[in-house]
Ligand binder design. Structure first.
Ligand code: SF4
Ligand code: SF4
Length: 198
């Protein structure tokens, strides 16, 4: 009988201990959130997905060179004098068309090393961290706003400008050579006339 009562007491005591812990947790604030309906606060200096304000980009490629994993790919085409590229918001004159500005977020390690050297401060970290994709190719973001037709046209314009410049330079060179030859002929003629008159 004595053993029976002892066992009963131990069982009750164990239940009371368990219930004490349960009751304590009833008054602890919840640590889970109802994601995705609720989001945690993202600190201002958090490093997440990059964003490029392409209107301010001058195509200097400093970000591309700074990236330790080579996940930024930029291509540019030089503008021609008739192009109106305008200025960046910092007042820098733009001289290049940024025809390709890709960042492969499957490779990016969010180190932010590309952000610091940018003279236009147009590549920045955002608070966006939800951008999973089914296919890796979809993680390559292109920030250039030029269409394939636009890019082809810019290249044609620059090639034409370059060809005209080369033709002009060649014509100038030929004119200078011709003028030089004529002047040499005149000198030779004068010299031979002087020799004939002696
Ligand atoms: S955050 Fe780092 S890894 Fe990502 S693109 Fe910039 S430099 Fe490259
Ligand atoms: S460093 Fe800045 S301005 Fe230069 S290419 Fe990169 S984003 Fe554009």
């Amino acid at each position: 009988m004595k053993q029976y009562l002892k066992n009963t007491w131990e069982a009750l005591w164990t239940i009371l201990i368990g219930m004490k812990i349960t009751w304590q947790h009833l008054f602890v604030p919840a640590v889970t959130i109802q994601y995705p309906d609720e989001h945690r606060h993202i600190p201002d200096r958090a490093r997440n997905r990059l964003y490029v304000n392409i209107d301010d980009c001058i195509g200097c490629m400093q970000c591309e060179r700074a990236c330790p994993v080579s996940c930024i790919h930029i291509e540019t085409v030089k503008s021609v004098p008739t192009d109106e590229l305008g200025l960046t918001s910092k007042g820098t004159k733009k001289a290049l068309w940024v025809t390709k500005f890709e960042i492969d977020f499957a490779k990016c390690m969010y180190c932010q090393l590309c952000v610091f050297p940018c003279p236009s401060e147009c590549i920045t970290m955002t608070k966006a961290y939800e951008f999973s994709e089914q296919y890796r190719e979809d993680l390559v973001y292109n920030f250039s706003n030029l269409s394939i037709t636009d890019i082809a046209q810019k290249q044609i314009n620059y090639d034409k400008f370059l060809a005209e410049k080369l033709t002009l330079a060649k014509a100038k060179e030929e004119a200078a050579a011709k003028a030089k030859a004529e002047s040499e002929n005149q000198v030779n003629n004068l010299t031979s006339n002087e020799e004939n008159n002696k």
